[in-house]
Each structure stands twice: as C-alpha cells, then as structure tokens.
Design a binder for this molecule. Structure first.
Ligand code: ATP
Ligand code: MG
Length: 345
C-alpha cells in the first residue's frame, strides 16, 4: 500500500478529483488516499488557508494530487502568521509552492489525437518556481514601482540538474534553455552561466539556448524540437499557458511540482467556478497529472496505461466534454477512461 495526498480543491475541483481517483483506482489499486482540505474555502480556511499541520502531512506523504484552489476575492493574498513573523504570498498556489519548498513545475506539452492544431508536438516545460520575478519583492513610491528579480546560483544548479535528469529519465536528448540574457545581462546572464556549467556534467545531452521571445514564436508555430525546455518563473508561467493553448483546451494540460520533500501534481487550469456542479468540467488535465504522479512513484507501467487510456477515450470521441466540442459529462469521461484502463490491464 502507498498512501498519497488528495487536495480536492474548489469550484470544479471535487468533480475532477473524483474522476481522477476513479481512474487511478483502476490503474494502481494499491494506492490509498488521504484527503487534505486547504484554501480559504476549507473549514478554518478563512483564518489559515494553509495550516502548518497540512504542510507537514503533505511532506510526510511525499506525493499528492492537488485540484485547483480559488483565490480569495478581495486581495488574492495569503498571509501566514508564524513564530518568526508574517509571511505574505501573492496567491494560495504560490503559498503551497513556497511552504512545501517546491522548485520545479513540469508541464508536458504533447499533442493528443484529433485535438488542437498540431499532432506532432512533444516537449516538457520545466519552470523554475522558487524565485525570479515572482519573488514577491515589490515596491511602489507614488508613480514609480519596482519589482525585484532574484536569481541565485543555488536555485539554478538545482533546477538545471533536475532538467538534465528529467531528460535522461524521459528519453529526450536535448535541453533547451529560454532566456533574455542579451537584455538582462546580470540576472538571466547568471542563469545561462550556471546552466552551461551544469550541462558540462551531462556530456551525452545537447544544451541549446534561445531568446525567450523567439522561443515563444517557435511554440506557436509548432517548431519546438523534442526536448526539455527550461524557463525561469515568469517566462515559464507565460509560455506554458501559451503552449497549453496550442495543444487544445485548457482542460487537457497536466502538471507536476517537484521539491526536495514532496511532489504535488495539478492540472494547468483554475477552479472554473463558472461551470462548477454542471458536469461540464474536463477531468483530463488532472487525470494526466495523476499519471505523472504514478511515474514519480516509480510505476511507469500504470502511468503509461492511464496515458494510453486517455488517448483511446479521446480518439473514440465519446469522452469529449463541451470545451472539446463534445457532449460528454465529467463522469462519462471518467467511466470511458477507466474502462480503457481495465481493457488493457
Ligand atoms: P485561476 O485564477 O484559478 O487560475 P482563471 O480565472 O485563470 O482561474 P480558470 O478557472 O482556469 O481560469 O477558467 C478559465 C476558463 O476556462 C473558464 O471559462 C472555465 O470554465 C474554463 N475551464 C477551466 N478549466 C476547465 C476544465 N477542466 N474543463 C472545462 N473548462 C475549463
Ligand atoms: Mg489562471
């Protein structure tokens, strides 16, 4: 038995979580689940949306599925009161990443049959999420405002090693680093310097680097080679959404956040409160995030079974929710994917 955490989330979260657990139960029957409610809508969440106790449980479990959490309507900010003072985070998602010490967000960008403009796209975006322009350090003096972009050698050694190891594990022979070192000489320049140094330790892999604006164009044109694409926090935030859009619906993209203690798997999209409770939510992004978790747990066969089942269910057409032009409900997609898993195992 392996126990993993489940954060059921807000909006469509509980519906797509149920769909995901249904599919995982077929593919990996040895898994058990511990439900952990966080966020400002959780019981007690108004005073502490991310209790230390929840953070400790997640670290102890080591792996979790997280459905989207809604941002508080007023400020969006999350404030934690600790012994050593106040910690203020720009969002609950940011708070989860920081408190759990997650440093790399991975988003596979892979075409699915018959969906989106291209059918041959295959790369993995690794976004550094611990620092950069989203360090949370901003100042405003009247009509002048500044944001501080923080770049450290330590964080870039960590994420560069992670990217090359991921390339090795997933069978990619290139790491493609996107930056703007021609303009941001010192910050992006340090990133490039460290990535080049780390690359020397992986001579069997090719390191390519590209200006991030040119990379954006390549993503939209479908010209990105099979590779692990490494980006800093802000470029990665923007380009991973652009890339997900090129593949098809926002409801399809999976993701994983990796740290030293724990990995948290979540879909690209938000809580979609506008369609919560209507059965229109596409669960594929979270189901594929579940496959990433299985791979992280070392069960490659189960991960591949889930991914193949999603492809089969989408190809047959019956498992398409309204965002993909279909009429299937969230529960019908879960049934179709579960059946496809059972048919192959
Ligand atoms: P957040 O601030 O939480 O990121 P958001 O406002 O950026 O939220 P989403 O919640 O991702 O955006 O929703 C954007 C649009 O996409 C909404 O119209 C929503 O209904 C739709 N959407 C998001 N996820 C899904 C999904 N899984 N299935 C179908 N539609 C979705
Ligand atoms: Mg969003």
């Amino acid at each position: 038995m392996t126990t993993v955490g489940i954060i059921p989330g807000d909006g469509i979260g509980p519906e797509i979580t149920a769909a995901t657990v249904q599919v995982l139960s077929a593919a990996a029957p040895y898994l058990t689940y511990e439900y952990i409610e966080i966020g400002h809508l959780a019981p007690g969440g108004a005073t502490d949306p991310l209790p230390d106790e929840a953070v400790a449980r997640l670290k102890r479990l080591g792996a979790a599925i997280k459905a989207p959490l809604e941002a508080p309507r007023q400020t969006g900010r999350v404030v934690k009161v600790t012994d050593d003072g106040l910690r203020v985070y720009p969002s609950i998602n940011n708070a989860v990443r920081q408190e759990l010490e997650l440093f790399a967000n991975v988003r596979p960008i892979q075409s699915l049959p018959g969906i989106g403009e291209r059918d041959d796209v295959d790369f993995l975006i690794v976004r550094e999420v611990s620092e950069g322009a989203y360090s949370g350090i901003e100042y405003r003096f009247g009509d002048v405002a500044q944001a501080v972009k923080v770049v450290t050698r330590q964080a870039w050694e960590r994420v560069a090693h992670f990217s090359f190891r991921l390339a090795a594990e997933r069978g990619y022979d290139t790491v493609l680093f996107g930056h703007k070192a021609n303009v941001l000489n010192l910050t992006d320049g340090l990133e490039l310097e460290v990535v080049r140094e780390v690359a020397m330790e992986y001579p069997e892999f090719e390191l390519r680097d590209m200006m991030v604006d040119a990379l954006g164009q390549a993503i939209v044109r479908g010209d990105v080679p099979r590779s692990v694409v490494l980006l800093d926090n802000q470029y990665g935030d923007i380009l991973s959404d652009v890339a997900a859009g090129v593949i098809g619906s926002i409801g399809l993209g999976p993701g994983g956040n990796y740290g030293e203690h724990v990995a948290v798997f979540e879909a690209c999209h938000g809580a979609a409160p506008d369609i919560a409770g209507t059965g229109r939510a596409n669960p594929v992004g979270l189901i594929l995030s579940g496959a990433m978790m299985l791979r992280h747990l070392g069960d490659d066969a189960a991960a591949r079974a889930v991914e193949a089942a999603v492809r089969t269910a989408l190809r047959d057409g019956g498992a398409r929710t309204p965002d993909l032009g279909g009429t299937a409900t969230t529960a019908q997609v879960a049934d179709a994917v579960e059946q496809a898993v059972r048919a192959t195992s």
